[in-house]
Ligand binder design. Structure first.
Ligand code: BTN
Length: 329
């Protein structure tokens, strides 16, 4: 993965995508990329095996006939719109958990912006140690490693930043307008489409790495969800009635994340906070917060503070600072 050979393959793919429905001669591809015709032919065969629809016609060359929504290293990398995020990509057909893998990689010094993606997770996990259903070929299961120079208490801000990037990406690629339930569940009509798990590697007060896990239900059919999830979760396909391009959604998440993240690093949390509030579903409403200790607090969701902590006002006027809880709207 990520070696010289697959870089050439990704560049061939990019040329074909950029000239979709046009023939590109083998010679032209060789001249542009400085490789042999046999190498081009081999890479095209690999791409066809990966599910790309590429015509090959003697004397004309190669032509991509339809975009592939299939997830592979090549089609994630081929149209990445970021400067840094995702370029160090670790793609796996299957993994126990991208989050677990990203933790190992981060411990071993993986670069800022490293992305782990799998087409299936056998033991995907969610917040509070819950299981995360991650079947093959239907969703986006990915974990991003970032190494910002921020204090520990600021890390919840990045959770909120991630949810804004994801909502924007879903809208760009699928047209669906989701909302955010604090801190970072992404919902449509009360059903969860995306879950985000932010975890830390830290030393004393210093952040070494933040691992942001994103699980998105994209192309699963409603009937594919286990019974216990049917009421609470949905896929984007079940909302729109059509399949969506997972590589394009990943590229859009990374693009929005990078833009917001650079703004955050340069200007602070203020703009991200405003954007997050514009998508928030619970603000100004009576909600229940079930804390990790097991208490349930009912109150008015007043807003979030400058660190991303939820402010919940109970009847007696006390404002509770909620750092971690399950929210019911
Ligand atoms: C939640 O509980 O809402 C968070 C779910 C996070 C799931 C994602 S899928 C990719 C990454 N790998 C995991 O095992 N979990 C996260």
């Amino acid at each position: 993965m990520g070696d010289g050979l697959s870089k050439t393959k990704n560049r061939i793919l990019k040329m074909l995508v950029d000239h979709q429905n046009e023939y590109l001669s083998g010679q032209k591809i060789c001249d542009c990329l400085g490789c042999s015709r046999t190498a081009v032919w081999k890479h095209i065969k690999d791409l066809q095996k990966e599910g790309f629809k590429i015509d090959s016609v003697q004397k004309k060359g190669y032509r991509m006939t339809a975009p592939s929504h299939h997830l592979s290293e090549a089609n994630i990398l081929s149209s990445l719109k970021t400067k840094k995020l995702g370029h160090n990509l670790k793609f796996h057909e299957t993994l126990p958990s991208t989050q677990k893998e990203a933790h190992h990689l981060a411990e071993d010094g993986a670069a800022d912006g490293t992305l782990v993606v799998a087409d299936e997770q056998s033991t995907g996990r969610g917040r509070l140690g819950r299981e995360w259903h991650s079947p093959m070929g239907t969703g986006i299961w990915m974990s991003l490693i970032i190494r910002p120079d921020i204090a520990l208490h600021q890390t919840p801000q990045l959770t909120l930043l991630t949810s804004v990037a994801v909502v924007k990406a879903i809208h760009d690629i699928t047209g669906v307008e989701c909302g955010i339930k604090w801190p970072n569940d992404i919902l449509y009509n009360g059903k969860k489409i995306v879950g985000i798990l932010t975890e830390l590697q830290a030393e004393a007060s210093h952040v070494k790495a933040i691992i942001i896990g994103i699980g998105m239900n994209v192309n699963a059919d409603a009937a594919d969800f286990p019974d216990e999830l049917k009421k609470r979760a949905a896929s984007i396909k079940s909302l729109t009635g059509r399949e969506h391009d997972r590589p394009a959604i990943i590229q859009a998440i990374l693009k929005h994340f990078e833009l917001l993240y650079n703004t955050y690093l340069e200007e602070g949390f203020e703009i991200i906070k405003l954007l997050w509030e514009s998508y928030a579903l619970s603000l100004g409403k009576e909600i229940y917060a079930r804390t990790v200790k097991g208490d349930t607090i009912k109150g008015l969701a007043k807003g979030i503070d400058d660190e991303g902590v939820l402010l919940l006002e109970t009847r007696d006027g006390t404002v509770h600072h909620i750092y971690s809880a399950d929210i019911e709207i």
